[in-house]
Design a protein around this ligand. Sequence first.
Ligand code: RP5
Length: 174
Amino acid sequence: MNPETAAAPETGALPPLVGLVMGSDSDWPVMEAAADALAEFGIPFEADVVSAHRMPTEMIRYGQTAHERGLRVIIAGAGGAAHLPGMLASVTPLPVIGVPVPLKTLDGMDSLLSIVQMPAGVPVATVSIAGARNAGLLAVRMLASGTDDLAVRLRGDLLDFAQELNDVASRKGA
Ligand code: RP5
C-alpha cells in the first residue's frame, strides 16, 4: 500500500473526514500506522503527499480548502526540516496533528523540534517521534468530541478500546 491507495478499501465511498498528508512517499512506512488506526474506527480518510518545500503552492491550497472539502482534522507527518504541519496550521481552521518522522540522521530530533516549537497563535498538536498511531487515535478522539451520531458512536468505541487495553495490561500483569 502507499499514500495514494491507502484510503480505498476500508472507507468505501464515504467522503473523507481526515486528511493524512506527508512530505514524501518515504514517510509512508511511519505514517501508515495513522491510517491503520483510522481504519480500525471506520473513519474515512484521504492520504496524500503534499510537500511544503517541493510543492508549496499545492500545500497551501490543500490547507486553505481542507475544511471546505469536509475534512475535520489534518494529520501531517514530515521529517528533517519538517515544516508541513506548521505551514498547514497557518492556513487552515482545522486542528492539525503533527507527526515527526525520523530520518537517518539526528534520530528524528530535528523533525520533532521543527514541529513542536510553534509560535503562539498557530497550534499544532505534536505526537512523539514516529507516533503516527497516536496521531490517528487523537484524530478519532477529536471526531468523538461532538454531538453528532458519529461522535456518539466513536465515544462508545473508544471506551471499548480503552477497556481492551486495560484487559490486556491486566493479563500481562497476572
Ligand atoms: C521531508 O524530507 C519529507 O517529509 C521526508 O521525511 C524527507 C525526505 O524526503 P525524501 O527525500 O525521501 O523524498 O520533507
